[in-house]
Ligand binder design. Structure first.
Ligand SMILES: Cc1ncc(COP(=O)(O)O)c(C=O)c1O
Length: 326
């Protein structure tokens, strides 16, 4: 695989830690990779993708980035923080329904970072976000600025290299730790994290199970979306490898009452993990994915897995706006 050039922004390698009490309860060896600790303002999984995408932004001579997400988007926050550090101006296209809340969590951090906000409805976000980002880019060009559009979650061909690299980081840590993870688990929101891990597993012939829990949409939609992202990635990487969408192992059934909406049992589960392992999961991604994994192990659908590595992809700021529900 030809690796495109990238910046070094994340604190890596991130630690791999054991989850002893959860392992004892479930009868399987559970580990967590602390990608929630890739940084502070830039923390979480997005920064690994942004290392590639922002390098391209700079190489193309852009002075501004435009990206999109929900009001509490971790991706928007990581992008804004990394952009400011690199001297680029961030414009965030955020989806909202109704009145704007008091700034909190990621949205507050984005205000502090001086990001420029544009707000659109859920429907516009679903149907026209790409077009709207192009309109903003043209508007900025008329003012003499050169903007770079980063798609949702930085999950494009370039972004997928972030977790391709992470897979190799895990392989090096396996050697140091003297153990092999037969299974890697991640939350799936726009697909790039899963995609990078999946293709690296395939290309190295490591034969691990790469399982994803979708936190929005459906497994079938993600199989299609990740396939498209990976074709783009393979073209950039000048590599060919055959795979079918059916191999993309996305476990449906844990979106709950909707994207970024929490059920009581999910919040109770986050509190349980906090109290037993001292590990704080977020309510939108890792809380739902770990909740899903816990229930799937109990349903015996992970019976072949002995050593499971769960990627903590971050999202801590998203916890605070949920304070009343907790
Ligand atoms: C904290 C967190 N975890 C997981 C994900 C999902 O990763 P991906 O968008 O690569 O599927 C996201 C973003 O969507 C996120 O912000």
């Amino acid at each position: 695989m030809h690796l495109p050039p990238h910046l070094s922004l994340a604190n890596t390698p991130t630690r791999i830690e054991q989850l002893p009490r959860l392992s004892a309860e479930l009868g399987v060896n559970m580990y967590v990779k602390r990608d929630d600790q890739t940084g502070s303002e830039i923390s979480g999984n997005k920064i690994r993708k942004l290392e590639f995408v922002l390098k391209d932004t700079i190489d193309k001579g852009c002075d501004m980035v435009i990206t999109c997400g929900g009001l509490q988007s971790n991706h928007a926050r990581s992008t804004a923080a990394a952009a400011v550090r690199l001297g680029l101006s961030p414009v965030l296209l955020l989806k909202t329904s109704g009145a704007l809340p008091v700034p909190d969590g990621n949205y507050l951090i984005n205000q502090l970072l001086g990001a420029e906000f544009r707000y659109i409805s859920e429907e516009e976000y679903r149907n026209r976000r790409g077009e709207i980002m192009e309109e903003i880019k043209n508007e900025m060009a008329a003012k003499g600025r050169k903007a770079y559009i980063i798609p949702e979650g930085a999950s494009d061909g370039l972004g997928c290299f972030g977790y391709y690299n992470c897979f190799h980081e895990i392989a090096a840590q396996e050697k140091q730790l003297g153990l092999t993870f037969d299974t890697i688990v991640t939350a799936v929101g726009s697909g790039g994290t899963y995609g990078g891990l999946f293709i690296a597993n395939k290309l190295t012939g490591a034969g691990k199970r790469i399982a994803g829990f979708n936190v929005c949409d459906t497994a079938a939609e993600f199989q299609e979306r990740i396939t498209a992202e990976l074709h783009e990635m393979l073209a950039i990487g000048r590599t060919q490898i055959a795979f079918t969408p059916g191999e993309i192992d996305i476990i449906d059934g844990y979106v709950g009452i909707g994207y970024a909406q929490s059920r009581k049992e999910e919040l109770d589960f986050i509190a349980k993990i906090a109290r037993t392992e001292g590990l704080i999961l977020d309510p939108v991604y890792t809380g739902k994915a770990m909740y899903g994994l816990y229930h799937e192990i109990r349903k015996d659908t992970f019976r072949e897995s002995q050593h499971i590595l769960f990627i903590h992809t971050g999202g801590l700021p998203g916890l605070f706006p949920k304070r009343e529900q907790f």
